[in-house]
Design a protein around this ligand. Structure first.
Ligand SMILES: [Zn+2]
Length: 124
């Protein structure tokens, strides 16, 4: 794996605001949307920036009725694990989910740029 300067969270957020879903992947194929310097799953420091597919399906989720200040106007929403089209799994949030009638495991979602933190997906 070639050595490269890893993107900072600010650079990652800028790219996401421009509509590009970027993340981080270790040499053993573990994928993250938050910057990591060592892989929390396998410990390797071989990490590179990757462009991720923007389509995925909901693996599991939990409904958040109480959230940090940055998400105060967004509650309730779903905090979800999304399996992307390439099989990698990332965490993100889905707005306007107040009950299990609003979102289901297996629903198709797509990345949507937002000024909010984290990675937002919407149902497609
Ligand atoms: Zn790893």
């Amino acid at each position: 794996m070639p050595e490269q300067e890893l993107a900072t969270i600010a650079e990652v957020e800028d790219k996401r605001k421009d509509g590009q879903l970027v993340g981080f992947r270790c040499a053993n194929d573990h994928t993250f949307v938050s910057p990591v310097r060592a892989c929390p799953k396998c410990g390797t420091r071989e990490i590179e920036n990757v462009e991720l597919p923007e389509q995925g399906t909901v693996v599991t989720f939990t409904i958040q009725n109480v959230a940090s200040e940055e998400f105060m106007n967004e509650t309730p929403f779903a905090w979800a694990i999304i399996e992307l089209a390439d099989g990698s799994r990332v965490t993100g949030w889905v707005p306007f989910v107040g009950s299990e009638d609003d979102l289901s495991i297996g629903d198709e979602v797509a990345f949507e740029p937002t000024y909010k933190p984290g990675v937002m997906f919407e149902k497609v």
